[in-house]
Design a protein around this ligand. Structure first.
Ligand code: KG4
Ligand code: ZN
Length: 348
């Protein structure tokens, strides 16, 4: 694939990501060669509150951004004057958190007289797969994170069509709520995953398929079913079978995600399935998806863990698409917590 733009030059993009609870800066060449990717996680701070506290997140970003920026530039060993552009997550995300990255990116772009590229967070998660290898189009992405559960069809590079989304909780959010009911700290997804894989039995829980042709998801009913099982056990004075509940929950979630993703790939004749987002770390999901894709001969890509959770390298990878088009963002751009993927890509 030709990664150069009409000027024939290679790109060197510095990207900033502060949409939630990770402060991250990366320097990436040609949209896939990661020269540095520095991530400061705030998880330890938010753990005490059982979830992300927006005001605390913003303050932490302010504290870390300059240090992380300096570290990313130092690690990449580049001269700031050689940058092609400065990219930043414009949305979606927590507005106060986004704002910190946006102000930093604008200041840097202005001071260096470099173009600014406002970037969509989910486009970033999807294009984390470009760091792994070239993407074959048409492609299908299954986005699973703490804030999103989506199936995105990409007819060709840079085009995004949201064909399915959660109607209530995001899958990571459901994991975190179930984990809390089972007594685990935030973020609970990895605890539930571990317990589920160790469990010898599974509590029978519903699968929520919605209408037969829908690619949408719903996890709040399943989460309530889990809470019912926990509460009933407690009321009867019985032991709460945490492992069996975790396994039942994980089996229900992964079965629905995998079946809908496989059905979407077939219906849209996609050449590849891309998994992305923090929940892509889930071993149960990776196993089942790998098995089903093998059975159906669907090429599957899953980025390494550090590019699945929030990071700035993925933002640089997505920004590279805009750079190739020469499509830059004015300096008066605003952080947009509701930014839509289609609108960002200009395919509406
Ligand atoms: O993509 P991400 O880092 O942040 C968002 O943009 O939301 O995803 C974080 C989410 C959390 O809800 C966390 O519990 C979940 O990903 N997660 C997992 C696992 N590892 C992280 N969920 C299930 N199993 C895992 N192994
Ligand atoms: Zn994310």
């Amino acid at each position: 694939m030709n990664e150069q733009n009409h000027t024939g030059l290679h790109s060197l993009i510095l990207a900033i990501e502060t949409s939630c609870d990770e402060t991250s800066v990366a320097v990436v060449r040609d949209g896939h060669e990661v020269l540095s990717s520095v991530i400061a996680s705030q998880i330890e701070t938010h753990k005490a509150f059982g979830g992300v506290v927006p005001e605390v997140a913003s303050r932490k970003h302010v504290e870390s951004i300059t240090l992380i920026l300096e570290e990313a530039v130092r690690e990449a060993g580049v001269d700031l004057q050689d940058l092609s552009a400065v990219a930043v997550t414009q949305g979606p995300g927590l507005v106060g958190a986004l704002l910190v990255g946006v102000v930093a990116a604008k200041s840097l772009a202005y001071a260096l007289d470099k173009p600014l590229i406002g970037t969509h967070h989910i486009a970033g998660h999807i294009y984390a797969n470009r760091i792994v290898g070239p993407i074959e189009y048409p492609s299908m992405a299954l986005v699973v994170s703490g804030g999103h559960t989506e199936l995105v069809y990409m007819r060709d590079e840079g085009s995004f069509e949201l064909i399915g989304r959660t109607r209530d909780d995001a899958v990571g959010e459901a994991y975190d709520k179930v984990a809390r009911a089972l007594g685990f700290p935030y973020p609970g997804g990895p605890h539930v995953d571990k317990l589920a894989l160790e469990a010898e039995e599974a509590v029978d829980l519903p699968r929520v398929w919605l209408e037969h042709d829908s690619y949408d998801f719903s996890f709040s009913g399943l989460k309530s079913a889990v809470l019912n099982v926990v509460n009933q056990s407690k009321m009867r004075g019985e032991e709460v079978k945490t492992a069996a509940i975790a396994r039942g929950f994980q089996e229900s979630v992964t079965e629905v995600l995998v079946e809908k993703a496989v059905r979407a790939v077939k219906a849209y004749e996609a050449k590849q399935l891309l998994l992305c987002g923090g929940v892509a770390a889930n071993r149960g999901l990776r196993q089942l998806l790998t098995e089903r894709c093998d059975q159906e001969s669907i090429p599957l890509t899953i980025p390494p863990h550090r590019y699945c959770t929030d990071n700035a390298a993925m933002i640089a990878a997505a920004a590279h698409l805009k750079w190739k088009q020469g499509s830059f963002t004015p300096l008066h751009m605003k952080a947009d917590p509701q930014l839509s993927l289609e609108e960002w890509a200009g395919t509406l």
